[in-house]
Design a protein around this ligand. Structure first.
Ligand SMILES: *[C@@H]1O[C@H](CO)[C@@H](O)[C@H](O)[C@H]1NC(C)=O
Ligand SMILES: *[C@@H]1O[C@H](CO)[C@@H](O)[C@H](O)[C@H]1NC(C)=O
Ligand SMILES: *[C@@H]1O[C@H](CO)[C@@H](O)[C@H](O)[C@H]1NC(C)=O
Ligand SMILES: *[C@@H]1O[C@H](CO)[C@@H](O)[C@H](O)[C@H]1NC(C)=O
Ligand SMILES: *[C@@H]1O[C@H](CO)[C@@H](O)[C@H](O)[C@H]1NC(C)=O
Ligand SMILES: *[C@@H]1O[C@H](CO)[C@@H](O)[C@H](O)[C@H]1NC(C)=O
Ligand SMILES: *[C@@H]1O[C@H](CO)[C@@H](O)[C@H](O)[C@H]1NC(C)=O
Ligand SMILES: *[C@@H]1O[C@H](CO)[C@@H](O)[C@H](O)[C@H]1NC(C)=O
Ligand SMILES: *[C@@H]1O[C@H](CO)[C@@H](O)[C@H](O)[C@H]1NC(C)=O
Ligand SMILES: *[C@@H]1O[C@H](CO)[C@@H](O)[C@H](O)[C@H]1NC(C)=O
Length: 459
């Protein structure tokens, strides 16, 4: 009797303890140690010694990158809401959007964010990734950089000796989860702004990272019984920059053409062996469908919004409220829901005890009945095209309620086409339909002139 009763009680207790895993994702801190409440918010909130009548907020300004208190508050709040996440994904960009800095700035920013995160979550698995700004100067990623050697010292305890070789070679690695393998990539190597491209010795496959990814995907495809000692049948891809286009600015893409194509070719070929594809970089909340050549939706890339509120001057872009998110997953295979938390920066500056609050759940907001799958999100996108109230919801969440405005003409195209096509040929073809409707020749010359002047000024 007793054993049975115990079994029964245990069974009742089980669902609460092992029903699923929570994966916390923090993206784009962009710590600016020069942020000053006496600064100029048109100059990154740096103090230039000029007298000002008004001080800026202690926790940041929508025009600028994050001061340390904002990052600390975001990490504190994520730990308050999720004291024991099963996994933490940290998709990079720790350095501010500044120019002319050296390695000491990069290493200091990475060191500070590492300390904040690791000390708040001492016992958690944390998977760090480089962002394109985590380099001196930014966007200069090479294979075999001193950055990798220095950050290895900070992160090696979390990553394990077996990853040393790939990490030092190109800042990428893998991590075996209970039921899947996380492949954490340094996609800054593929960024079209990466100035080190001229020096790549292997331009086809910088740092042999594609070969690494393909090996892992092929292993997963061959792995028997979904899971065994030496392999898993599922690979989750985690990186800073995603393949595909920026959703807020028409015709802005990240990867060089050939790398985007190669990345997507691999994604399509091994779509069944890929679980999640998780990224940051946009600072905004969006997703990309990945389609095969026959227009079948085979994969989904999820972009997490940022902690930094920084105002991007790209046309149609802007700022965002600080956020972080949590993925609910069964056994590291399906994503059951995605819950995003945010804080209104103005409120936080008025009251330093303002908590991060629940923003939305994919499942509830979009009315998804099953898991968050490529097909489910494809269904949502199709609906958004005609259902303005659904599209408006997405637009609200896109910036975590910072100045949400329904995009029109090519800006609407940028949103919808970037979500529908991560490959450039079909993205551009989709975009060409939107520009036709926007008849710029009808604009008054003064408007065009202003637009040009404005664009030049803010870029
Ligand atoms: C500060 O306020 C005074 C009075 O309104 C104004 O004359 C002055 O130009 C302001 N100074 C700055 C630096 O904005
Ligand atoms: C974050 O938490 C730490 C430790 O509890 C505390 O010392 C610090 O003041 C908090 N910082 C912010 C910005 O909330
Ligand atoms: C990181 O910070 C710690 C503690 O502040 C310091 O001891 C260490 O030298 C720093 N490391 C780097 C690489 O800056
Ligand atoms: C982390 O683990 C250590 C050793 O198991 C334990 O003493 C400590 O309390 C844990 N810290 C937290 C914050 O859970
Ligand atoms: C390319 O390599 C040369 C020779 O080492 C170096 O001088 C140059 O700065 C490098 N260029 C970039 C963009 O990294
Ligand atoms: C793992 O082991 C299985 C069974 O022994 C084998 O079939 C498979 O090829 C191995 N996979 C890898 C990646 O070594
Ligand atoms: C991608 O796949 C297509 C179709 O198989 C092929 O023609 C193309 O060369 C591949 N592109 C790259 C960059 O590997
Ligand atoms: C791994 O995933 C499979 C399929 O989702 C599931 O049946 C199995 O229970 C999982 N195993 C572990 C150890 O979580
Ligand atoms: C500041 O926010 C906290 C938490 O929401 C609240 O309890 C407190 O009353 C607020 N203080 C003021 C002065 O509004
Ligand atoms: C974007 O690119 C497409 C394809 O080249 C072109 O037709 C369209 O005019 C471009 N849109 C803008 C806003 O530049």
């Amino acid at each position: 009797m007793w054993p049975n009763l115990l079994m029964y009680l245990l069974f009742l207790a089980l669902p609460c303890t092992i029903s699923g895993y929570q994966v916390l994702h923090l993206a784009d801190f962009h710590l600016d140690i020069q942020y000053s409440i006496h600064g100029d918010n048109k100059k990154m909130c740096h103090d230039d010694g000029q007298p000002r009548n008004q001080t800026l907020g202690e926790f940041g300004d929508y025009m600028c990158d994050a001061p340390k208190p904002l990052i600390q508050h975001a990490i504190n709040e994520s730990a308050r809401l999720f004291p024991n996440p099963d996994l933490i994904i940290w998709t990079g960009d720790n350095v501010a959007h500044i120019e002319g800095y050296g390695w000491e700035v990069v290493l200091d920013a990475v060191n500070q964010t590492t300390s904040l995160l690791f000390s708040r979550f001492p016992n958690q698995t944390i998977l760090p990734t480089f962002g394109n700004h985590d380099y001196a100067p930014s966007n200069g990623f090479e294979s075999e950089s001193s950055l990798y050697t220095k950050t290895w010292e900070l992160w090696k305890q979390k990553l394990g000796d077996e990853n040393k070789a790939t990490f030092l070679k190109g800042g990428y690695y893998k991590y075996r989860l209970q039921n899947a393998t996380a492949v954490v990539l340094n996609t800054n190597l593929y960024y079209n702004a990466n100035k080190a491209y001229v020096n790549f010795t292997n331009k086809i496959d910088p740092a042999d990272q594609f070969a690494f990814l393909e090996t892992e995907l092929a292993n997963a495809e061959r792995c028997p019984n979904r899971i065994s000692e030496n392999c898993t049948s599922l690979v989750h891809i985690i990186a800073h920059i995603a393949p595909g286009a920026f959703e807020k600015t028409p015709n802005i893409t990240w990867f060089r053409d050939e790398y985007n194509e190669k990345f997507l070719n691999l994604t399509v070929r091994y779509a069944n062996s890929i679980g999640w594809m998780i990224f940051g970089h946009h600072h905004t909340d969006t997703f990309h469908l990945i389609k095969d050549s026959k227009e079948n939706v085979v994969q989904l890339a999820l972009m997490s919004p940022a902690v930094t509120p920084w105002f991007s001057t790209l046309p149609g872009a802007g700022a965002n409220n600080p956020t972080f998110r949590v993925y609910d997953t069964d056994t590291y295979s399906k994503i059951e829901d995605i819950k995003t938390y945010f804080i209104n920066l103005d409120e936080l500056n008025k009251n330093s005890s303002t908590p991060f609050v629940f923003e939305y759940s994919f499942k509830d907001a979009y009315g998804i009945t099953g898991d968050i799958t490529p097909l489910a999100m494809s269904g949502i996108l199709e609906k958004m095209k005609t259902d303005d109230s659904l599209f408006k919801k997405y637009i609200d969440y896109n910036t975590a309620f910072w100045n949400p405005q329904m995009p029109v003409k090519e800006y609407r195209g940028a949103q919808l086409c970037s979500m529908e096509y991560a490959d450039y040929p079909r993205y551009y073809s989709c975009m060409s339909k939107y520009t036709k409707s926007s008849d710029s020749s009808l604009k008054l010359p003064i408007f065009s002139l202003l637009t040009i002047l404005y664009t030049e000024f803010v870029l």
